[in-house]
Design a protein around this ligand. Structure first.
Ligand code: PMP
Length: 400
């Protein structure tokens, strides 16, 4: 039984969240996570996954995962520094380096872990990190873990970045300086201003760190945002996840050989947490091969993203500033956003509400994630539901 103080903390906290529309109910999905999902006995058009290229259920990935289990077992046994690196880990890391156009890469158990690992392996309390105001939670936590001073700059505001970096240099307080950003911002779908960022970084000697979790497989013909701008040589840390477009689980940091050598001896999630399993590695490896061999899935993803965005905009919705398939539908008020999502759910569209603390208060939204696996019929059905629910809730005009 929980102690009295813990019990009242939890009960009061949960009541507060529920009363303010901030409590997230989690449904159980029966079966695979594809463009359609089943919850209870009902089927839904799934617009909430990060499975951008539909690879989470791809037969080619499943086949190699089975084979890897047969040849290497289900677990990697230990951390790699203690029990050795599987040949599969080496293969995956070589492939990741080729994919990202870098000398080397290191794989971690998740994208979140990459940010826990890499930032604190390099930055410490004598240093300063300039962090975009809308950076992902794992970047924020990774920065905190490093104990460096964190200075937030306005979202994608390169003048603010420059000013704050110059002020930090003038103060003479810091040893190393880093600028850190998402490649694609996950809640709005806009792309970081990497060329401008690199220009400032070169001028002021800032270490550059780009977490392209939502860019890889999506932007730059699937190669990601850094490649889209041709900056592979200029970004010190290219971080990515294997859990979104790649369809599996895991993460990686790509960069110079010396950086990867350092992370292999100094980053704590690599040293103290068991390595990726054989099936995960084999499936990820296959996904990257598919991505590098053909643009088909990537093109279909972009086509579907544009179709949904245009459709929602035509209906009169505010889809924000997205430059990628991420399609937010910004409602504002948290409770209204949750009601909207619930009505979509009743009508067979699974598109979850995203509210504070994931996005700032008052900017609640439904985040739609079209994938290459959605058919035009599914997207048309989604738009029809948006039209019906929008009119019913007074979000869009009857005449539209
Ligand atoms: N970084 C960013 C920018 C992300 O959007 C996410 C996932 N939401 C992560 C890291 C975490 O990746 P993973 O799910 O592989 O832990």
């Amino acid at each position: 039984m929980a102690t009295k103080s813990l019990r009242s903390f939890l009960e009061n906290g949960l009541t507060h969240l529920k009363e303010n529309g901030l409590y997230n109910e989690i449904e159980t999905v029966h079966g695979a996570n594809g463009p359609m999902i089943t919850i209870g006995s009902k089927n839904f058009i799934n617009l909430s996954s990060n499975n951008y290229l539909g690879l989470a259920t791809d037969a080619r990935l499943k086949k190699v995962a089975h084979e890897a289990i047969d040849s290497h077992g289900v677990g990697s046994g230990s951390v790699r520094t203690i029990n050795g690196t599987l040949d599969l880990h080496d293969k995956l890391e070589n492939k990741l380096a080729a994919f990202k156009g870098t000398e080397a890469a290191i794989a971690y158990q998740s994208g979140f872990n990459c940010n826990m690992a890499a930032i604190s392996a390099v930055m410490d309390k004598q240093d300063v990190i300039f962090s975009d105001a809308l950076n992902h939670a794992s970047i924020i936590d990774g920065c905190r873990l490093s104990k460096a001073t964190i200075i937030r700059y306005g979202h994608s505001d390169m003048d603010d970045l420059r000013k704050k970096a110059i002020d930090a240099i003038s103060s003479g307080k810091y040893k190393k300086m880093m600028v850190i950003t998402d490649g694609v911002f996950s809640m709005d779908g806009d792309i970081a201003k990497l060329p401008d960022m690199v220009e400032i970084a070169e001028e002021l000697d800032l270490i550059t760190y780009v977490d392209d979790a939502h860019g890889s497989g999506v932007t730059g013909n699937g190669y990601g945002t850094v490649k889209q701008f041709g900056l592979e040589d200029k970004i010190d840390f290219q971080v990515g996840t294997l859990s979104k477009a790649i369809g599996v689980v895991g993460g990686y940091v790509a960069g110079k050989r010396t950086l990867v050598d350092w992370l292999k001896v100094c980053s704590r999630p690599f040293l103290f947490s068991t390595a990726l399993s054989p099936a995960d590695i084999a499936a990820s490896l296959k996904a990257i091969e598919l991505l590098m061999d053909s643009k088909e899935l990537n093109q279909k993803l972009c086509e579907n993203g544009n179709y949904l965005k245009q459709g929602l905009e035509k209906l009169g919705y505010n889809i924000g500033t997205s430059e990628t398939p991420i399609t937010p539908c910004i409602i504002g008020d948290e409770k209204e956003t949750q009601q909207f999502s619930k009505r979509l759910y009743d009508e067979g569209v699974y598109a979850k509400s995203i509210v504070f603390p994931t996005v700032p208060k008052g900017t609640g939204r439904i985040r739609n994630m079209p994938t290459s696996a959605h058919t035009k019929e599914m997207l048309d059905q989604t738009l029809a539901v948006y039209e019906k629910v929008g009119k019913e809730m007074g979000m869009i005009k009857e005449s539209l």
